[in-house]
Design a protein around this ligand. Structure first.
Ligand SMILES: *Cc1c(COP(=O)(O)O)cnc(C)c1O
Length: 483
């Protein structure tokens, strides 16, 4: 049988699984010559995704995997709307502006204008880029005015940065200076950060909801230290807060904590509408303290389909549905509704954190849970005689449908293999109890092993696992004393 051809054309009567298409390998290189019925095409595509983890059992992701029926309906109904067609769909642009206003106010923006300075993005990645580019252009403009060189910009961030910052550094050729995390300084150390700052520093980027650990950098302490530093040096290095997760957690659960525009040097903040903003993927936001911090070069005025629109963003066309989803959530949930959902996620995360700590093999990375996620690792003493690793636990849990990722922490950190659990809307106490039971059962099975697993052997031999060099816990059986 030849790939990608249907000798007998499917008709409306053809049974899906009686069709030639279902007998042929899936098209991978060329478009099939002939069409098939929508039922068959649907089934093929749907089945391609069939063996994957159920999104709600995917505890690796921060991104929304549950929205209510009305939100889903609204978003599906808007699936054919391109956000950029503002002339044709002006109400969507207005809705986006309202969301920007609400976020700016939620983050205590001092801006008085009716429409606050901000932009819609595809996710935090685009939002971070926009915040970073704005900081870079402001710095460049100031340096040019002073007749100083602008060829060596840098920014300062902790080594637990999300990959978007590496992209930002690479794409715009801006040096990324990393403040290493240590077991003593598990978040960005302001003093260490300042040591890396100079006249070429475009901004410092603290993270609220560090992707790798779930912790928050102390923006208030950084702001204070930076204020003194700027006074002393005459620089005016600002802060961009990467609040991908924290931007939608802190205002509801820790309103007294200052991390936002209440702080002097915070000029921009980015967040993911599709993380704890509770909208399905494809949404981010960036807000500036005031329009004057959004460089004019970034606002493109385009004459498009007969109207002049101002656009800030890397993408041009983009889906509008997410804006409807965000605005719906704001109306549907209100402040109190968001608070209840985030509180539940937090309580479930704390409960899970406490239960994990009670299991013999594990130790939590942090005593505190400040965002609804946490990481844990194997107790060094347990690991010494264990015949398995967290990678094996991950594989075991996958058998019951859970995706709980094991990974190594960023370089420079003490070399931990950790496991992370992210709790989101859609995770109930009952579900987490099922997960905990599955973890206990998996551990019981792994403890019965007579011989070490291949990942455990790799650990002893320093071999790469899953394409990565397998690093160790700080007191690995094989290496203790050698480090
Ligand atoms: C998730 C995340 C990003 C990237 O966000 P996307 O919305 O996935 O594009 C950036 N920074 C941090 C801290 C994150 O957690």
């Amino acid at each position: 049988m030849k790939e990608n051809t249907t000798t007998k054309r499917a008709t409306i009567e053809t049974a899906v699984f009686g069709s030639e298409t279902m007998l042929a390998p899936a098209p991978t290189d060329t478009i099939p010559r002939q069409p098939t019925t929508p039922e068959i095409a649907y089934q093929m595509v749907k089945d391609e995704t069939f063996p994957q983890t159920q999104p709600r059992l995917n505890l690796a992701t921060f991104v929304t995997t549950y929205m209510d029926e009305y939100a889903t309906r609204l978003m599906n109904e808007a699936i054919n709307i391109n956000y950029i067609d503002e002339t044709e769909y002006p109400r969507i642009a207005v809705m986006s502006g309202r969301c920007i206003n609400m976020l700016a106010n939620l983050w205590n923006s001092p801006e008085k204008a009716q429409w606050k300075a901000g932009a819609l993005a595809i996710g935090s990645s685009e939002a971070c880029m926009l915040g970073g580019v704005a900081a870079w252009l402001r710095w460049k403009q100031k340096r040019k005015a002073q007749g100083k060189p602008t060829d060596k910009p840098n920014f300062v961030i902790s080594s637990a940065f999300q990959v978007v910052w590496e992209k930002f550094a690479q794409l715009w050729q801006i040096e990324m200076r990393q403040v290493p995390l240590t077991t003593r300084h598990t978040t960005l150390d302001p003093e260490e950060a300042l040591k890396m700052c100079d006249e070429n520093t475009i901004c410092v980027v603290p993270i609220e909801g560090v992707t790798w650990t779930g912790l928050n950098d102390d923006v208030e302490a950084l702001d204070k230290a930076l204020d003194a530093f700027n006074k002393k040096t005459g620089y005016d290095i600002p802060i961009h807060v990467d609040a991908a997760s924290g931007g939608f957690i802190l205002p509801f659960l820790k309103p007294e904590q200052k991390w936002d525009f209440r702080l002097k040097w915070v000029l921009s903040i980015s967040t993911s509408g599709h993380k704890y903003g509770l909208v399905y993927p494809g949404l981010g936001w960036v807000i500036w303290r005031d329009k004057k911090y959004l460089p004019e070069e970034m606002a493109f005025s385009v004459n498009y389909l007969g109207a002049n629109i101002t656009q800030v963003g890397l993408n041009f066309s983009r889906p509008a549905a997410q804006v409807l989803g965000q605005y719906y959530n704001f109306i549907r949930l209100g402040f109190e509704g968001y608070k209840q959902i985030q509180q539940n996620s937090m309580e479930i995360a704390r409960y899970c954190h406490e239960q994990i700590a009670r299991m013999a093999p594990f130790e939590n990375y942090s005593k505190e849970v400040v965002n609804p996620l946490f990481i844990f690792y194997m107790k060094p003493n347990y690991l010494k005689s264990a015949k398995w690793t967290l990678y094996d636990l991950q594989a075991q849990l996958q058998q019951s449908g859970w995706m709980v990722p094991a990974y190594t922490l960023p370089a420079q950190f003490e070399e931990y293999v950790v496991m992370r659990i992210v709790v989101r809307q859609g995770m109930s106490r009952d579900m987490v109890d099922m997960l905990l039971t599955d973890i206990r059962n998996a551990v019981a099975e792994l403890e019965k092993l007579k011989y070490p697993t291949s990942t455990r052997l790799a650990l002893d031999k320093h071999e790469p696992v899953k394409g990565k060099v397998f690093t160790h816990t700080h007191d690995c059986a094989h290496c203790s004393g050698k480090k």
